[in-house]
Design a protein around this ligand. Structure first.
Ligand SMILES: Nc1nc2c(ncn2[C@@H]2O[C@H](COP(=O)(O)OP(=O)(O)O)[C@@H](O)[C@H]2O)c(=O)[nH]1
Ligand SMILES: [Mg+2]
Length: 456
């Protein structure tokens, strides 16, 4: 995919009223359009305080002033997109900015599509794909931690690690392929042990990056957390308590919650998407049954499950309902945190026993809630101090796939199936390349940049 050769324009500041609003142009006509709008000769990288004129009237040829502000000119290749860029910094009113935009469109620019400035920056090798994504993530960051991590990625910390790994893989690939192409030549072949070590080193580096990326994704996209349990276990009370708001109805009547109740909170910089669900039981009416089906679907979908049991009822079994719930949870036990509710109603010695099995909490006294929050963070391996780069699901999928191919490659190498080995290494190499955009397809680029805002 090559950059289009036309000139694009967009309002690059957020819609609404603001002290300043920016219209940005990128492409070969930028300078000539700007010189017509300002009626001035512009120097590179010098802020010019000037009138912005509307397109001359066709009949009278008169120019009317639209606004007054700064005009900046960044000649290619030293600009964000690598092309000629013009920025008009005017007053931030919707009408005035739209008039200015209309003027530059009349003079030959076309409206930019979402993310097109960043796409051009990528196509002109100003940034790689992971950095382009980081721009969008930085703009949409919901927490300080997310913003900090997005900046890390934007500065290329993530890309650098991927590229270093990419290099190592190329080296191994070239070496192995050479040894396949010229088996009888006396090249200084690596010994079996050395190849083995190289495989191990690449795999363990990949594991480390994958691990960091998974945590980065949590910071970026948040963690979905479902609250599951029998009726009256205290699910809705816990949701309200974590959200610090009376969102879900709480009563002592079993079957109060039927629809899913969703809310978003932040836990030390991690966005949490909380879902309260209908209590699991048999013999529910048709509406509640639908609620229970939705609860089951949340068990599959969410990253973490808080399985709530009333601490007074731990030893009283509602056999059938308990069994149904347990059957549903069993495949997902690695994402389950067991929570025992209402500890304000329980004997201290019982609480000690419950501590061995899960987290005892009381929303009445607040007991155990800090511990629960810590458990949630531990579940995703989150530590505050660490420098984490932001990652997306796409990156994690590529890394996971690359790892699989690498493991397969090593097996092929051991089995001396050299053709398959070369294929696996090639695929692993391509997958890593996709992350930073060394290899990319129009579809992939379309997917990524279409989710950007216009003007970025
Ligand atoms: N004493 C006490 N009662 C609680 C606690 N949590 C919930 N309850 C009560 O248990 C009942 C059921 O709570 P609710 O949150 O609606 O349970 P759900 O059906 O699982 O959503 C209500 O009467 C709540 O007031 C708690 O920590 N301590
Ligand atoms: Mg409820």
């Amino acid at each position: 995919m090559l950059p289009d050769n036309d000139t694009i324009a967009a309002i690059s500041t957020a819609p609404g009223m603001g002290a300043i609003g920016i219209v940005r142009l990128s492409g070969p006509l930028s300078l000539s359009i700007a010189e017509q709008v300002t009626q001035k000769k512009l120097s590179p990288r010098v802020a010019c305080y000037t009138e912005f004129y509307e397109t001359p009237d066709n009949i009278t040829g008169t120019l009317s002033v639209l606004d007054k502000g700064l005009c900046l000119y960044f000649p290619n290749p030293y600009s964000f997109t690598g092309e000629d860029i013009i920025e008009f910094q005017g007053h931030g009113g919707t009408i005035v900015l739209n008039q200015l935009l209309k003027t530059v469109l009349n003079l030959g620019a076309r409206l930019a599509t979402p993310g097109e400035f960043s796409l051009r920056a990528f196509l002109n090798n100003k940034i790689d794909l992971a950095q382009a994504e980081a721009i969008s993530d930085l703009i949409s960051a919901k927490t300080t931690q997310a913003a900090r991590s997005a900046v890390q990625s934007l500065q290329g910390v993530f890309s650098k690690e991927i590229l270093a790994l990419h290099e190592k893989l190329i080296h191994l690939r070239v070496y192995i392929e050479a040894s396949l192409d010229f088996p009888e030549e006396e090249i200084d072949f690596l010994s079996g042990k050395e190849i083995w070590e190289k495989f191990e080193h690449i795999e363990s580096t990949l594991d480390k990056i994958l691990d960091k990326s998974i945590r980065g994704k949590v910071i970026n996209q948040g963690l979905s957390l479902a609250i599951i349990g029998l009726p009256n276990a205290g699910k809705s009370s816990l949701l309200n308590c974590l959200a610090e708001e009376e969102l879900a109805i709480v009563t002592d009547i079993p079957g109060t919650t039927r629809d899913l109740v969703k809310t978003h909170i932040h836990l030390d910089g991690i966005p949490l998407h909380l879902v309260d669900t209908a209590g699991i039981r048999t013999g529910a009416d048709i509406i509640e049954q639908e609620g229970i089906a939705r609860a089951f679907a949340e068990i599959e979908k969410s990253d973490v499950i808080l399985w709530i049991t009333d601490s007074q009822k731990v030893n009283l079994s509602h056999e059938q309902d308990d069994q149904i719930l347990l059957d549903k949870l069993t495949p997902y036990l690695n994402k389950v945190i067991r929570v025992f509710s209402k500890t304000d109603l329980t004997y201290p010695q019982d609480i000690q026993l419950l501590e061995q099995k899960g987290v005892p909490v009381s929303v009445r006294t607040g007991e155990g809630l800090e511990g629960l929050k810590q458990k949630i963070k531990n579940k995703v391996g989150f530590t505050q101090e660490e420098d984490i780069f932001l990652a997306r699901t796409r990156h994690i999928e590529s890394l996971t796939q690359a790892k699989k191919e690498l493991v397969q490659a090593r097996a092929e190498w051991q089995a001396r199936r050299h053709e398959c080995l070369a294929e696996c290494l090639k695929r692993s190499h391509m997958l890593l390349g996709e992350i930073v955009g060394v290899f990319s397809t129009e579809d992939l680029l379309g997917n990524i940049f279409s989710s950007f805002c216009i003007g970025k």
